[in-house]
Design a protein. Structure first.
Length: 277
């Protein structure tokens, strides 16, 4: 390995630790410097789309719900193969049966009495979140060596990809410093704050290959979020929402196409393949 290829101390830490959800929470990851302030991460929205050669990115959509443990096992194996150069990159869209997943920062106190769904530990960044029918999950197994070796820029691109996709339906998604995910401001003038989370972002990068990804609420049963404190956030005026809850009765096919088009604009071309599970 030449000097120009040797990862920095910061890069080594980044590769071996989970990425927390949301831009501002990146500063809590061990080994990352704090040179970016919240304003830069939330408001700058630099265009980090790559315009160079990136290799093949496969795009797969599962038609039936996929068990969480099986999906994670596949992701981990595929990410290792991508790192070894023996498999193509993959974006995998799917749904899960109802469950709660616990990120690396999850606290047991954030599981509330009466929670009725199974809980799975996850290697992704972040805390507790809900997955279930009506929610589009997109797992991103991407090789950052083919894009840009900048984990901060990559996470910003993922967040902005979700915001771009929401904009296809004239929904304004926003980031909030200190709060994970993508939010919709529903505050009315003269009334208290009312902001709802519509998408979660939780990633992990190992050997410069990402896995886990995003979850976008299309038409889930929002009462299912009541078994947890989502992402550890429990403040007045903050909740969860979905496209349908906002008055946009879109189909999964429409959401998938919005995600595909905006992904291509930001990350490059994709090639449709059969879903792995």
């Amino acid at each position: 390995m030449g000097k120009e290829d040797r990862p920095t101390k910061t890069e080594i830490s980044t590769m071996t630790f989970s990425i927390c959800e949301g831009g501002c929470s990146l500063s809590s990851v061990t080994g990352l410097d704090r040179t970016h302030e919240c304003w830069d991460l939330v408001n700058a929205r630099k265009d980090t789309a790559n315009t160079g050669e990136i290799g093949v990115i496969e795009w797969a959509v599962s038609e039936k719900p996929v068990e969480y443990e099986a999906a994670v096992a596949f992701m981990e194996a595929r990410a290792a193969e991508i790192a070894a150069g023996t498999a193509n990159q993959l974006v995998w869209l799917l749904e899960h049966p109802p469950l709660y997943s616990a990120g690396t920062s999850a606290k047991s106190s954030d599981i509330l009495p009466g929670a009725s769904f199974p809980v799975f530990k996850s290697g992704r960044g972040g805390q507790y979140t809900y997955h279930g029918p009506g929610q589009r999950v997109a797992y991103l197994m991407l090789d950052l060596r083919n894009h840009k070796r900048d984990v901060r820029a990559f996470v910003q691109s993922v967040e902005n990809w979700v915001i771009d996709a929401l904009a296809q339906f004239t929904i304004k998604g926003e980031l909030r410093c200190g709060r994970v995910g993508v939010w919709v401001d529903r505050t009315h003038p003269g009334f208290p704050r009312h902001e709802d989370k519509i998408a979660a972002v939780g990633l992990r990068v190992k050997k410069w290959v990402s896995f886990h990804g995003i979850s976008l609420n299309v038409e889930p049963d929002l009462t299912h979020f009541g078994g947890i404190i989502p992402c550890g956030i429990q403040e007045d005026g903050l909740g969860v929402t979905s496209l349908v809850d906002l008055g946009y009765p879109v189909t999964f096919a429409e959401v998938d196409e919005a995600l595909r088009q905006t992904f291509i604009a930001r990350f490059g071309a994709v090639s449709a393949v059969d879903a792995p599970l």
